[in-house]
Write a protein that binds this ligand. Structure first.
Ligand code: AMP
Ligand code: GLY
Length: 450
């Protein structure tokens, strides 16, 4: 079978690498891919006339899948799903993994997602929706005033006086602001609702209570079709590190590194997640009559072994995928076939013992405007001795020459160890085998567990 992976990041490299280990996958096309995916065993990059979410990109993908008789297409990022790529492929009877456009609203509209979450009775942060600036500001003032008097609407964390402001639409990681006081809240609302900094995505906002706790990401395979009994299979838990600098300081990023599993995610928390979030999600998807065959991401805040659902993503996480897939023993092509056919019960997941640590190396300036065009200098001997590997993201290739930086998140090291400490030591040995001008990374990914 020929497989097509849509996307160009580290998540897509990890997916392509995992698929390449399946005997059933004879070739993996990555569209458009990156300099690293083009050099992965069994993988071939497919250039596109535009991004996968653009009409010309989508048409080219459809045409390619038809011509090459692709047996399975997997969509990595959210943007093409938001534009309905899964609907288009299904209408053309081309097998694809990814939710249809309606189901993708779980990620593309925070307001829609919140109403789904509440309808399903899932534990979450309380929130209110506003499309009018003055009404939103009025709420902000009363929220912080009530907080000062110790009587806020914050049943779950009454001592915390922060408010989370979320733009309704897709905002490439820039749509969430945690405001510590009314001034910060006003600034964010001004920029989203009046300044139009996020376009339509910021015209409607969700104002949400702040939940204090530890973040955990759970990825899962999901198979739901209208009128059929569905299934959902969670992967082992992972933790991303979203802040740019060590000790969780500095600006938010796409993700500076991940670990899996998560040592502080207890069996009690896992049981709570299953009962209060995972199962109600499956029931809700079935009841809505959605076509959701693909992967789903649960962004959790965990406190005292109680899980709160902060968000869904309708795809695998990046960089969580680079930490989770190396632990998966199950054949990825078999899993994908089970998702498509609706037989998740026939494909139990199995996991390697031990842990994976996956720190990300970024270009100078990231997450602001960053430097690009620098060659990667590799010490191949050190790399092979490290015991880990690299999943590439923001790199391009020309011929057999060195890979050249082209994105903010350049690559992730990924290494397995019998425990978190040895995984971490190996992962940093991988990072020490590669360098490029201005390269930087967090030194503390996984450090809390070693
Ligand atoms: P997102 O861009 O949607 O992943 O959200 C960015 C970050 O905001 C999350 O990773 C959390 O750290 C934080 N966040 C979102 N909602 C809440 C909440 N209700 N309470 C506390 N932190 C939150
Ligand atoms: N790592 C979080 C995400 O993929 O959105």
């Amino acid at each position: 079978m020929k497989v097509l992976v849509i996307g160009s990041g580290g998540r897509e490299h990890a997916l392509a690498w995992k698929l390449a280990q399946s005997p059933a996958a004879e070739r993996i096309y990555v569209a458009p891919g990156n300099g690293g995916t083009g050099r992965e065993a069994k993988c071939v990059n497919v250039p596109l006339p535009g991004p996968p979410e653009s009409p010309e990109g989508r048409e080219a993908l459809l045409e390619f899948a038809r011509q090459e008789r692709i047996g399975l297409t997997i969509v990595g990022p959210e943007a093409p799903l938001a534009e309905g790529i899964a609907d288009r492929f299904r209408a053309a009877e081309l097998p694809i993994l990814g939710p249809d456009k309606r189901a993708a609203r779980l990620e593309t509209s925070k307001v829609w997602a919140k109403s789904f979450i509440e309808k399903c009775g899932i534990r979450t942060a309380r929130s209110r929706v506003f499309s009018e600036y003055s009404a939103a500001m009025h709420y902000v003032e009363s929220y912080f005033k009530a907080g000062q008097q110790g009587q806020g609407p914050r049943s779950s964390s009454p001592d915390i006086s922060s408010l989370v402001i979320k733009a309704d639409g897709l905002a490439a990681g820039k749509g969430v602001v945690v405001a510590a006081g009314p001034d910060e809240a006003e600034k964010a609302l001004n920029s989203f609702m009046k300044g139009g900094t996020l376009g339509e995505a910021g015209k409607t906002v969700l104002l949400e209570e702040f939940i204090e706790g530890k973040e955990v990401s759970i990825l899962a395979a999901v198979s739901v079709r209208p009128g059929k009994k569905g299934g959902i299979l969670p992967f082992i838990p992972a933790r991303d590190h979203k802040r740019r600098f060590d000790g969780d300081t500095g600006p938010n990023t796409g993700g500076m590194g991940a670990i899996a599993p998560v040592p502080d995610f207890s069996a009690a928390a896992e049981a709570d997640f299953s009962a209060r979030i995972l199962k109600p999600t499956l029931r809700g998807l079935e009841q809505e009559g959605l076509d959701y065959r693909g992967f789903i991401f649960f962004g959790l805040m965990v406190r005292d072994d109680r899980c709160y659902l902060l968000e869904y993503n309708v795809r695998l996480g990046d960089p969580e995928t680079q930490a989770v897939l190396p632990l998966m023993e199950t054949d990825m092509a078999d899993l994908c076939a089970a998702i498509l056919k609706g037989g998740l019960g026939t494909c139990p997941l199995s996991w390697k013992p031990g842990a994976v640590c996956a720190p990300v190396a970024v270009a100078e300036g990231y997450p602001g405007p960053y430097r690009k065009g620098d060659p990667l200098i590799m010490d191949e001997t050190r790399l092979s001795q490290s015991g880990g590997r690299i999943f590439y993201a923001g790199v391009s290739a020309s011929g057999d020459g060195p890979l050249i930086t082209s994105g903010g998140r350049v690559l992730a090291a990924s290494a397995w160890g019998a425990d978190a400490g040895s995984a971490r030591a190996k992962a940093y040995a991988v990072l020490n085998s590669v360098t490029f001008p201005g390269m930087d990374y967090r030194r503390d990914i996984g450090a809390a567990y070693s």
